[in-house]
Write a protein that binds this ligand. Structure first.
Ligand code: GAR
Length: 180
């Protein structure tokens, strides 16, 4: 199974996946040229591509370019790992049912929030991590795996606990998909 990982920034989840599945992770994509994920990809010898929405006339042409690359690279599964854009109809039409996302809250709590860790911690509600299929809504697709986390007094420690769970949960889900 050929996997592309989309990430907008840091890319620590990308790195975990690329190290765990070196034969499957064939491509990293970022919607920001300066994203640190691109440096991680270079170090790990994973081919990487970046382009930005503002370089296209609209989201449909941006996503058409992505579809072309995904098809050329024979990608079977798109893994969103800190990709902070909503997947639009152009990508969904071609890759619907083959795009998964990880969200740092127990969905449906804090769906769509780009600050779900901080917000769930502040509210002491919906603490956890969810992996789900991507549909036309925002963080509304079918849940594949979900973990709840205990509240920790310190936000930085809580954030770390979220990432530790992510680094286990996402590989577990993907391993099952690869073995299916
Ligand atoms: C992760 O915590 C991921 O769950 C979150 O972004 C972080 C990316 O970290 N995703 C979202 O908030 C999606 N709405 P990373 O770039 O170090 O992998």
């Amino acid at each position: 199974m050929n996997i592309a990982v989309f990430a907008s920034g840091n890319g620590s989840n990308f790195q975990v996946l690329a190290e765990k599945f070196p034969n499957n992770v064939k491509l990293a994509f970022s919607d920001h040229h300066e994203a640190y994920v691109l440096k991680r990809a270079e170090k790990l010898n994973v081919p990487a591509v970046s382009f930005e929405l503002k370089e296209f006339i609209n989201k449909a042409t941006y996503e058409s370019e992505l579809v072309e690359i995904l098809e050329r690279e024979k990608i079977d599964l798109v893994v969103l790992a800190g990709y902070m854009k909503i997947i639009g109809p152009t990508l969904l039409k071609k890759y619907g049912g083959r795009i998964i996302n990880i969200h740092p809250s127990f969905l449906p709590n804090f769906a769509g929030s780009p600050h779900a860790i901080e917000e769930s911690w502040e509210a002491n509600r919906g603490l956890g991590v969810t992996v789900h299929y991507v549909d036309e809504g925002v963080d509304t697709g079918d849940v594949i795996a979900q973990v709840t986390l205990p509240y920790l007094e310190n936000l930085a420690e809580y954030e770390q606990s979220v990432h530790e769970v992510e680094y286990r949960l996402y590989p577990d889900v993907i391993e099952k998909m690869i073995c299916r």
